[in-house]
Every structure is written in structure tokens, then in C-alpha cells.
Design a protein around this ligand. Structure first.
Ligand SMILES: Nc1ncnc2c1ncn2[C@@H]1O[C@H](COP(=O)(O)OP(=O)(O)OP(=O)(O)O)[C@@H](O)[C@H]1O
Ligand SMILES: [Mg+2]
Length: 223
């Protein structure tokens, strides 16, 4: 579960806070989509939730743990156990092949399972590429490796920044179906930032980020 209260972040030198008193509440197995204009702060919000950026004020609770205020080392450890992060620019480990990239966090966490990973790669259409160096993959293939890596260690919360931004429409549909249904089945809370209406629509609750706050795009939203 994910609970965010009064979250505020202002980059040094900026006139206004990019995240400004933001609230968010999402239970296990729930998915949220966040849309918004380029530069409105979507990636910043995910970086705060992942503990890569420090907030100026407010509170972030994930899997019953207070995330704000952790040291960089504690945040690293927290991510390894509880978070799956799909970065806008993938952040794959260039020196490893597909299989070892996907296995990376699960091995660190200690819940690596060969069969589980094999099935995940198959569902994402990556089986034939499992021994390929990631530097030789297309953008869309790298994006799917990043998704597999984020899911493989079965985290409590997955944060996905434009997870289908580099995929053609058909692959985007297949991959988003897998991402949403996997998280629902595994009781993972999923936060997806996207510019795609089709992807956003798959979420249980749809939001837009505007002036540092989330506005519900649907009357079903929990706030
Ligand atoms: N480390 C930083 N230091 C200062 N300003 C930053 C930093 N990171 C982002 N910004 C600024 O904060 C604003 C929001 O950036 P962010 O990357 O969160 O936008 P976004 O909504 O994800 O945009 P996009 O849809 O293009 O990915 C931008 O104006 C950006 O220049
Ligand atoms: Mg972004």
C-alpha cells in the first residue's frame, strides 16, 4: 500500500514548488495512472516515491514504512525489498545480458526463481533474447526488459514512468495488459505515469498532475 500526505518539492532556484501539498492513497492490488503535460512533475513525483529525490516536506508511507527521511543507503535497501521501478530511460545494466538484468534485484533480495523469471520473459516476448546483451536491443525491447526486472522480485509497489512510451500500439496493448493484470493478481500497488489515454484507462483510478497536485480524472478516484 501507498500513502502520501502533504508532499512538497521545490527544486533549488525554481519559483514554484513542482509538487505542492500532494495527497495519494492506494491499497494493495490497486492501480493508478497519472497523466499531465510534459514538465509538470510526473517523473519528479515518481523519484520522490522511489526515494531517489528527497521531499521538502510531507510524508510517504509504502508497505507500512516511512520512506521520507531515509538515508540514501536505507532508501536503496528499501527499494530492493519493496519497490519495482520502471524508469523513463530504462536504466538497464549495460554490462549484463537480458537474463541477468531481469534477475538482478531478485538475486539481491533473495527471492530469485528461475521458473518465475522464465515465465515472465515468455509473457513479455523476451525468451529468445534472454542471452542477448541489452546494449544490442531496440528501445522497445529494452523497455520490456525494464518491466520484467521491476516485476521479477515481486515488490509491494511498482512505479512505472512511461512504461510503453517506446512500444508500437499492438505491443503496448500486450505489455500494458500484462503489467496491470500481473500487479492485480500479485496484489501489487501500481503507479503508472503515461501520456497514453489507452494505458491510463486500464488503471483502477485515473489522475492528472496539475500545479503540483493530483486531480481525479474519474469519480471513482479515492480522494
Ligand atoms: N534535478 C532537477 N533539478 C532541477 N530541476 C529539475 C530537476 N529534475 C527535473 N527538474 C525540472 O522539474 C520539472 C519537471 O520535470 P519532470 O521530469 O518531473 O517532468 P515530467 O512531467 O516527467 O515531464 P515529461 O512528460 O516530459 O517526462 C521540469 O521543469 C524539469 O526541468
Ligand atoms: Mg517524465
Amino acid at each position: 500500500m501507498l500513502l502520501v500526505q502533504q508532499l512538497t518539492k521545490c527544486y533549488p532556484g525554481a519559483d514554484n514548488a513542482i509538487i505542492n501539498g500532494l495527497h495519494l492513497n492506494a491499497g494493495a492490488g490497486t492501480s493508478l495512472s497519472i497523466q499531465g503535460a510534459s514538465g509538470c512533475g510526473k517523473s519528479t513525483l515518481l523519484a520522490l516515491l522511489a526515494g531517489f529525490e528527497r521531499c521538502d516536506s510531507g510524508s510517504i508511507i509504502i508497505a507500512n514504512q516511512q520512506l521520507d527521511g531515509l538515508s540514501a543507503r536505507e532508501a536503496d535497501d528499501f527499494r530492493k525489498h519493496h519497490l519495482g521501478v520502471i524508469f523513463q530511460n530504462y536504466n538497464l545494466l549495460e554490462c549484463f545480458n537480458v537474463w541477468d538484468n531481469v534477475a538482478f534485484t531478485a538475486r539481491l533480495k533473495g527471492n530469485y526463481n528461475h521458473q518465475h523469471q522464465q515465465q515472465l520473459l515468455e509473457e513479455l516476448g523476451l525468451s529468445a533474447l534472454s542471452r542477448a546483451p541489452v546494449s544490442q536491443l531496440s528501445g522497445g525491447e529494452q523497455q520490456r526488459v525494464a518491466i520484467a526486472r521491476a516485476l521479477n522480485h515481486r515488490p509491494a509497489v511498482v512505479l512505472a514512468d512511461e512504461p510503453t512510451g517506446n512500444l508500437d500500439e499492438k505491443t503496448s496493448n500486450v505489455v500494458s495488459d500484462l503489467l496491470f493484470s500481473y500487479c492485480r493478481k500479485q496484489e501489487i500497488t501500481l503507479v503508472v505515469v503515461t501520456h497514453s489515454r489507452d494505458v491510463a484507462r486500464r488503471a483502477s483510478f485515473q489522475y492528472s498532475l496539475h500545479l503540483g497536485k493530483l486531480c481525479a480524472d474519474s469519480s471513482r478516484a479515492p480522494q
